[in-house]
Ligand binder design. Sequence first.
Ligand code: T4K
Length: 419
Amino acid sequence: MKQLNEFAVLGGPPVFPLPLVVGRPSMPDRAALHQRVDEMLDSHQFTNNGLLLQQFEQELKAATGSRHAVCVCNGTMALQLLAKASGLTGEVIVPSMTFIATAHALEWIGLKPVFADVDIDTHTLDPASVERCVTASTSAIFGVHLWGNPCDVEGLQRIAKRHNLKLLFDASHAFGCVHDSVPVGGLGDGETFSFHATKTVHSIEGGAVVTNSDDIAERCRLMHNFGITGMTRIESPGINAKMSELSAAVGLTSLKSFDAIMSHNQLRMNDYRSVLQDVPGIDLVIPESTDRRNSQYVVVRVNAAEFGISRDQLLETMRAEGVFARSYFSPGCHNAVPYRGRSTHIPVGLPVTDRLLTEVMQLPTGAAVTKDDVKAIGSLLTTTHRFSRRLFDLLTTDKQHRHQLDPLRDVALSMSDAA
Ligand code: T4K
């Protein structure tokens, strides 16, 4: 157990000399990957709907139980293709509590992202807030299954039906998750995945549109290859959003390890649950569900009043110790350019989003994180809480002063704090 003067933020040695991060890519099975890359080289087909891509799409369909999977070069492009293929116009209701790509992807193709508030427990779109955002220009609701928590699909479906809107989902965080026995990928009119290197299943860079709609799938397929059919026939405007064979090789190999990665993440989630239960003011965000979750993100809420220091002070303290926790997606899309301060993008209050954005924090997990690492993080949080009164004072004074502390005085203070 550290004493106050041993905290790395005050000049002591870090708990983790080799930092632990959120998002360390999982390693595909090298031998299997090498074999696929050799197949690709032997085939001379490096992109444009090669065999590896076709196989990856088949396996994605099987994994999600969906009729169609169209692989693309990244998750942002998947959002744009799905929006275009669904014929969206005007305003699209999205959460602000998401990675900026959700909003920017729409803005970039001339749609207007309109931010609705989220639910305090699931961090996904709150249907009541969504309802208040609907105008005559709204064409769709684009929910985000944040941290792998599926949206309130039924609540959003009712609004979509009432106002004749498309219902789409950004499922970048939710590969392998299930909602009311329906695998993510088969919800709403269409969903998108990101296979970025930091995701549970990844193709280094990549993404996919997954849908049960034959029309949407056909349009995505056409548009992701310049609108070309056959050798030369151009049937629509399009772009180059294709996934390469190399990415498909990584994606296929990563997909094979998905069950093992998810099991590992679930064990780490249980370890966190156990070490955090006695830390006041740190609450693990895991909404009740009997459905499968991928446990890709370990998300906690920091109650500053109970814990003793704020989320941001805790982040600073932990990073000094080599625990590179994150504060995704603070300060929120609605506070980013070009949306900030514009009532057309922010027609309703976002009190839950604003609160969560100051409280949530993501802790390291994934293949590189062991049970002992989680124990050490739990112990660090317990000690930080124990000395939080002194840490708060020190972290709110000029940083320069921290390294000039009299060690003997600090030992005395830490002993009195711990007593
Ligand atoms: N919608 C949502 C809800 C999303 O979360 C995202 C992407 C998208 C849409 C768009 O999908 P893409 O177009 O990106 O496919 C990451 C990713 O860049 C981004 O894909 C992801 N969401 C977002 C949540 O997180 P950062 O800022 O965390 O990445 P970075 O570079 O800080 O990496 C995290 C940690 O992982 C670092 O400490 C270093 C480590 N790392 C990272 C990479 C890439 C490695 O060790 N090796 C690596 O190759 O953004």
